[in-house]
Design a binder for this molecule. Structure first.
Ligand code: BGC
Ligand code: CA
Length: 333
């Protein structure tokens, strides 16, 4: 049964790719094949749009494939891309720890590969001279999210609800093993403690970057802990922050009353989070620059495909880092 489903997936994937290639006749420009771990991810939608518009600017042809959160599907999409003669790959791995198989495929076809958003370990990236990574430093976003919470706590003494001088927070984590989940969780807490406020995690869970999962988890926390005992919500991304906001609103929190408010921070600066901030439902976020990362990835891919020297574009021979940017409430840009 499983095999049938798998074969069907492979067939559908192959069909999608064939149709995609048929509909865009490649001229002599650069052909980029790109796999996105999951099209339904809100942040990756911004990323895809940025890549598409940069490709248009560069006169390159970009074919995007939805890996549907399945590494085997992604591996066969890469095979199809190579069989169809792409000049370069841009890959958002489903499982960054399994990027070796993608590198091996690219290497044997002798085409460059640019990884995005999910960072392969250096030990894997180093096995191929034409493998690169374009992303943002996860610890930076953690520090900035922590600083937003710390600044709020300092300027709002009433936020220390139990008056113990410590910050009792709830943490909503992204997908297990993702560098952004690991480092944002660690550094946000560290930044709060560096600001002189002892942080206390009273509850935490993995909500896989997902709004609905985060909403259900937050509802459960509100029931078990009581909203009056939660002094902040730290979410590894905006979708989960918005899920927490939904749960809080369903319990009459974060609807405008100063007494019934819990500061919530996320990361990404997706439009829906900026709107929630404007409505006063969410405290802050950190801009994860999808436009900058998407454009940089495509530019690098095009240069690589043309065999140009990229040594001045990258650091440590392999990386392009796009900075994060703090966005506190009211500072919407
Ligand atoms: C973003 C998340 C996104 C994830 C996907 C992170 O950098 O902040 O919103 O779900 O990447 O890999
Ligand atoms: Ca406290």
């Amino acid at each position: 049964m499983e095999e049938v489903i798998f074969l069907r997936k492979v067939f559908v994937t192959a069909l999608i790719l064939v149709l995609a290639f048929a509909s865009c006749s490649f001229a002599d420009g650069v052909k980029i094949g790109s796999c996105i771990y999951r099209f339904s991810d809100a942040f990756m939608l911004r990323f895809r749009n940025a890549m598409s518009s940069e490709s248009t600017k560069e006169g390159a042809e970009l074919v995007l494939a939805d890996s549907q959160n399945d590494q085997a599907t992604q591996d066969s999409q890469v095979d199809e891309f190579i069989a169809n003669g792409v000049n370069v790959l841009i890959i958002n791995p489903v499982d960054r720890m399994k990027s070796q198989s993608i590198i091996d495929k690219a290497k044997s076809a002798d085409i460059p590969v640019v990884f995005i958003n999910r960072e392969p370990p250096a030990s894997i990236l180093s096995t191929y001279s034409k493998a690169y990574y374009v992303g943002a430093k996860a610890e930076e976003s953690g520090i900035e999210a922590g600083e937003i919470i710390a600044a709020y706590f300092k300027s709002h003494p009433e936020a220390d609800k139990n008056k113990d001088g410590k910050l009792q927070f709830v943490m909503l984590r992204g997908e297990n093993g993702h560098q952004d989940m690991i480092l944002r969780s660690r550094y946000s807490v560290e930044a709060i403690s560096k600001a002189g406020i002892p942080p206390v995690e009273i509850a935490g869970a993995i909500a896989n970057w997902d709004k609905l999962q985060a909403m259900n988890i937050m509802n459960a926390f509100i029931m078990s802990i009581g909203p009056e005992n939660i002094e902040a919500v730290i979410a590894n991304n905006d979708e989960m922050a918005l899920g927490a906001v939904e749960a809080l609103k369903a319990n009459d929190y974060n609807k405008g009353s100063a007494e019934m408010y819990i500061p919530v921070v996320g990361v990404d600066a997706n439009a829906s989070a900026l709107d929630a901030m404007d409505r006063g439902e969410m405290l802050g976020t950190v801009l994860n620059d999808a436009d900058g990362q998407g454009a940089a990835a495509v530019k690098l891919a095009v240069m690589l495909a043309k065999g140009q020297d990229v040594s001045k574009e990258v650091t440590d021979g392999k990386y392009i880092w796009i900075p994060y940017q703090k966005i506190a409430r009211g500072e919407k840009k």
